[in-house]
Ligand binder design. Structure first.
Ligand code: NAD
Length: 518
């Protein structure tokens, strides 16, 4: 294997450059011509068509079908696990260097088709060009980062050597892993979890979100083209009820790598904990779940910069990020100033179809999400004071106005529950300590940010703000692989720290070997 250059983050595209704009326009036109095609399942080394179909839609133009996917039956899900289990003995013994080479190839293929993948994200998940670009770059970053980490675990630090013995520790893969990603980072999170499993030597069954199966199908195409053996992974499209529970509970399932909501994560954790007949291990669950992320704005801070950070964190991708800011807690001395400055900036945000780069915000993912968000907005209007927004926005897509509700008490539902849309609750704090107390008054603990110029308060926040990802004087979204290992505390999940140096350990088990020297 060739020596690899050190990891570096994939550069984001500058869409003010004519070359990038025209490449993206061409990709959008190419992909548009491919909308509405049918896709097969992939398991047990074969592609399979079924009569039952699941369709995905463009949330900017809900009548437009993006992909038509065969749905897996319970029987097929069972066969996928059995075959993945059978192939594990072969795949797990494939030399690490070979698995790494395939991963490098996979990252290269996505890099070459970057704008095309971005176009699929625009059409299927409603991401703006910039958000789609960030998603694809993050997918490449996860793959490039994990393959290098696998090389590190393959030659671990030497152990203490006992006199008369040779002592070593080797890291082995676990077995069959079920990879269950959300729709909101349908390429990055799916590719990250799947590649972590595969490069570590596990076989992986990818069950994508029903909202974004086409992006998963495109990723599966790339895995095959890169040279991953057809039996090393499966792509099973289908509902949680029909195949999800079955995959999670199958006795040959060794681990589940999940990212999604608190409700689904807790359900999977519970189902996975119960041993089934013939099961000989405790299933491992890596579950990254929701957030109710807060930004604290102190009186000793640059309020203008805080307003910018809040707008980007709360309304980027319509607030549909687990890291999105959904609560701002502001020191009473700058509370009115903050709201005055925030309102015009939120009202300046433009909303329209994701494929048109002139708009700041696109649609939310589907009609169900729109209804649920609007319901929260109505609740919020009772719980606080509507500053701006509060309704749907014009157009055929699932649009919602960016909404700000002030004077929200910590007991309010919009202060406590994850809304996953462009809705921001603003609350007043008596002082910095009170602000931190309010920020921690949640069962979640994913991201958080603090704006203050006071170093003692920064120290205090580092100690007391109980979140997995804390940011000081910057926005709370936009974690970069390698720099901001990602994962939350409490009900935000198992703190897996995706994109961090310890992540792959969750896909491996260590074996200690001591040999007596003759
Ligand atoms: P979701 O929980 O509805 O679905 C997540 C995945 O679980 C989907 O693929 C879905 O099909 C699958 N699923 C549902 N029921 C299942 C079952 N019974 N068995 C197996 N699989 C099942 O979440 P979502 O709406 O796709 O994503 C949004 C959520 O994800 C938000 O709560 C967000 O905060 C969270 N999220 C967290 C992180 C993180 O790193 N912590 C990152 C992104 C998103």
């Amino acid at each position: 294997m060739k020596d690899l250059p050190p990891f570096h983050n994939e550069a984001l595209a500058d869409f003010t450059k004519p070359a990038n704009r025209s490449a993206m326009e061409q990709a959008l036109a190419k992909v548009k011509a491919e909308l509405g095609r049918t896709y097969q399942l992939h398991f047990a080394g074969k592609n399979v068509e079924t009569p039952q179909k699941l369709q995905s839609y463009n949330p900017s133009h809900p009548a437009e079908v993006v992909g038509i996917h065969s749905k897996a039956t319970a029987e097929m899900a069972r066969e996928a696990v059995e075959d993945s289990f059978a192939f594990f003995s072969q795949w797990s013994r494939t030399p690490v260097e070979r698995r790494v080479e395939l991963a490098v190839q996979c990252a290269d293929l996505i890099r070459r088709r970057k704008f095309e993948f971005e176009a699929w994200l625009v059409y299927e998940s409603g991401k703006s060009w910039r958000e789609a670009d960030a998603d694809v770059c993050e997918a490449i970053d996860f793959i490039e980062y994990y393959l290098r980490q696998m090389l590190r675990w393959n030659s671990p630090e030497a152990l203490v050597q006992m006199p008369g013995e040779e002592n070593q520790l080797v890291y082995l893969p676990l077995g069959v892993g079920i990879v269950i990603p959300p729709w909101n980072f349908p390429l990055a999170i799916m590719a990250g979890m799947a590649m972590a499993a595969l490069v570590s030597g596990n076989t992986a069954i990818i069950k994508p979100s029903s909202d974004t199966p086409t992006i998963a199908a495109k990723f599966a195409e790339v895995l095959l083209e890169a040279g991953f053996p057809p039996r090393s992974f499966s792509l099973l499209v289908g509902s949680g009820a029909e195949i999800g529970d079955l995959l999670v509970m199958h006795p040959k399932t060794r681990f589940i790598s999940f990212t999604g909501s608190r409700e689904t994560g807790l359900r999977i954790n519970e189902l996975a904990a119960k041993p089934q007949k013939g099961q000989i291990w405790i299933r491992r669950v890596v579950a990254e779940m929701g957030g109710k992320d807060a930004i604290v704005i102190d009186d000793e801070s640059d309020v203008d910069s805080a307003v910018k950070g809040v707008v980007a964190s709360a309304f980027g991708f319509q607030g549909q990020k687990c890291s999105a800011c959904s609560r701002v807690i502001v020191h009473e001395k700058v509370y009115d100033e903050f709201l005055e400055k925030l309102k015009p900036q939120v009202e300046a945000l433009t909303i329209g179809p994701a494929e048109d780069p002139q708009f700041d915000m696109g649609p939310v993912i589907n009609d169900g999400a729109r209804k649920s968000i609007l319901n929260y907005i109505e609740i919020g209007k009772q719980e606080g004071r509507l500053i701006t927004g509060g309704a749907t926005a014009d157009g055929e897509g699932f649009y919602i106005q960016p909404t700000v509700i002030a004077d929200v008490p910590s007991t309010a539902r919009i202060f406590q529950e994850e809304i996953f849309g462009p809705v921001l609750a603003v609350s007043k704090a008596r002082d910095f300590d009170h602000a931190l107390q309010l920020a921690n008054d949640t069962e979640f603990g994913l991201t958080g940010a603090v704006y203050t110029d006071n170093i003692y308060k920064i120290e205090k926040a580092c100690e007391e703000f109980h979140v997995g990802n804390l940011y000081i004087n910057r926005k709370c979204t936009g974690a970069m692989v390698g720099a901001h290992p990602f994962g939350g505390f409490n009900m935000s999940g198992t703190d897996s720290k995706a994109g961090g140096p310890d992540y792959l350990l969750q896909f491996l088990q260590a074996k200690s070997i001591a040999e007596k020297i003759k």
